[in-house]
Design a protein around this ligand. Structure first.
Ligand SMILES: NC(=O)c1ccc[n+]([C@@H]2O[C@H](COP(=O)([O-])OP(=O)(O)OC[C@H]3O[C@@H](n4cnc5c(N)ncnc54)[C@H](OP(=O)(O)O)[C@@H]3O)[C@@H](O)[C@H]2O)c1
Length: 379
């Protein structure tokens, strides 16, 4: 179960575990998280298994997530060994438009708040959390670069932005000498594959590591939910975050659908074939996708995390991946259907033309020392 290897985050030299610990469930403020004692057990389980990559955000559970992460890290004296990622964007003071958004004033306000809650003097990876649809890209990248030069952050990340925004950010960084974007965080799983249209190529061409969130579709891909006879999401069986929100799911939480249960059915068959839990198979499938550096898993119970941390102890065969690819294939709207093989054959005169490999494709794997991987460093 020990995660005995690290990957490089995008084109940076930062070593991160292939599985990252999501801490959005640290705290009960949102109604579906864990109490402090359980959160601490999740944290201990993760770092004792060799994990070094922790994900939080300034707004998670009203600041509790960051506070507990800071406390747990300090208690075990792990600050230097861990890579702590947090995020800014969401408003912290209703009525004040400058207490939210992607702009410089909010970035600096939020960053100082995160440093205090995390009880640290630097953040390893600082993400813009979600595009605000108005702040210019150059303002974001310049403000991020200033924060790197001020020693408050080490690496820059983006989350939930359009691909054009990320492409422009990276190009500005390259041409103006700003700290480049090392990581791109997106929802990506067997039930949410739209990221593949743009972001796999973005990662490969521009050197950003993809860091998928909600890789189990918030629990659907563990197989614990079963469809109801009448198909109504609020009548499904199984308990957890999605069941508790099924009668009025907020945007993005409406995952108990007929389509998703079809994917779960095929996942169950593949899981039976390889004799592994469905959650492990879903994460293994995702880790083999192009450009993925590290997957952020969430948990409310230690036994869940125990299971997901074993997801990379085996490898699905190409035939099993193909079955999962087929059942979960995303629709190909315009212009993406034009990039499919059949359409491209008309461009290349029905001759097979191999393109050059991208400058950056899979992250490099850095093996940890065999002995005592939990305390491994990767010098
Ligand atoms: N950048 C962004 O916009 C963004 C958005 C969302 C999340 N994130 C990050 O991504 C992290 C992970 O997101 P997520 O929690 O939605 O991920 P997820 O891994 O898809 O779902 C985790 C949830 O699934 C259930 N679960 C996990 N393992 C299980 C198992 N083995 N068996 C049965 N149920 C299991 C648990 O919920 P229940 O016990 O309640 O069923 C758990 O909390 C977050 O903590 C956060 O750090 C980022």
């Amino acid at each position: 179960m020990t995660m005995n290897r690290y990957t490089l985050l995008g084109r940076s030299g930062l070593r991160v575990s292939p599985i990252s610990l999501g801490t959005m469930t640290f705290g009960t403020e949102w109604g579906w998280g864990a109490e402090e004692q359980t959160a601490q057990r999740l944290f201990d389980l993760y770092v004792d298994a060799g994990g070094n990559f922790i994900d939080t955000a300034d707004g998670y559970t009203e600041g509790t997530s960051e506070r507990w992460v800071g406390k747990f890290v300090a208690q075990r004296g792990l600050r230097d060994r861990l890579v702590i990622a947090t995020k800014y964007t969401y408003n912290a003071e209703p009525g004040n438009p400058n207490a939210g958004g992607n702009h410089r004033k909010n970035l600096l306000r939020a960053l100082d708040g995160s440093l205090k809650r995390l009880a640290t003097d630097y953040i390893d990876l600082y993400y813009l959390h979600t595009w605000d649809r108005m702040t210019p890209v150059d303002e974001v990248m310049r403000a991020m670069d200033d924060a790197v030069r001020a020693g408050k952050i080490r690496y820059v990340g983006l989350s939930d932005t359009p691909a054009w925004f990320a492409g422009r950010a990276q190009t500005l960084a390259e041409w103006r000498g700003f700290e480049p974007v090392a990581a791109m965080q997106l929802e990506y799983s067997l039930i949410e594959r739209h990221a593949e249209h743009e972001f796999a190529d973005l990662a490969a061409q521009l050197g950003m590591g993809l860091v998928p969130w909600s890789p189990l579709g918030m629990g659907v891909l563990s197989g614990k939910y079963r469809p109801s006879r009448d198909g109504a999401p609020s009548h499904v069986s199984g308990s957890g975050r999605l069941a508790s929100l099924a009668s009025a799911p907020p945007p993005g939480f409406d995952k108990l659908t007929e389509r998703n249960f079809r994917i779960v059915a095929e996942l169950e068959q593949v899981a039976n074939d390889v004799n592994r839990p469905m959650a492990q198979v879903a994460l293994n499938w995702l880790y083999q996708k192009r450009g993925v550096s590290s997957i952020i898993v969430g948990a409310t119970k230690p036994e869940q995390l125990q299971q997901t941390l074993g997801s990379l102890d085996f490898m699905l065969a190409p035939e099993q991946i193909a079955r999962l690819d087929a059942v979960s294939a995303p629709a190909r709207p315009f212009p993406y259907y034009m990039f499919a093989d059949g359409h491209q054959a008309r461009i290349h005169g029905h001759v097979e033309v191999a393109s050059k490999p991208a400058a950056y494709d899979r992250p490099v794997v850095v093996p940890a020392p065999e002995a005592n991987a939990a305390n491994a460093t990767t010098r």
